[in-house]
Design a protein around this ligand. Sequence first.
Ligand SMILES: [Zn+2]
Ligand SMILES: [Zn+2]
Length: 83
Amino acid sequence: MANFYCEYCGTKAASVSALTINSCMRHPLGSNKGKHKLYEGSEKVKYTCKYCGTSASTIAALTINSCTRHPDGSNKGKHAPAI
Ligand SMILES: [Zn+2]
Ligand SMILES: [Zn+2]
């Protein structure tokens, strides 16, 4: 069965509806200011930030840190996984 992940925080759910019903603690507008967002890429052994190329073994491990090349400014947002 497929797993669905949040692009912002890496939370895993069994369906898209189960994922997006809950607030995201790493939402870009602020903690719990919005819902989890579906990561539309496939499951990978390694996730790479689409802004700076930093990689991590899980989305959660990638998105916990700020990105020095974030489009809103250096360290103004978290790493974001490339699809
Ligand atoms: Zn989330
Ligand atoms: Zn980055």
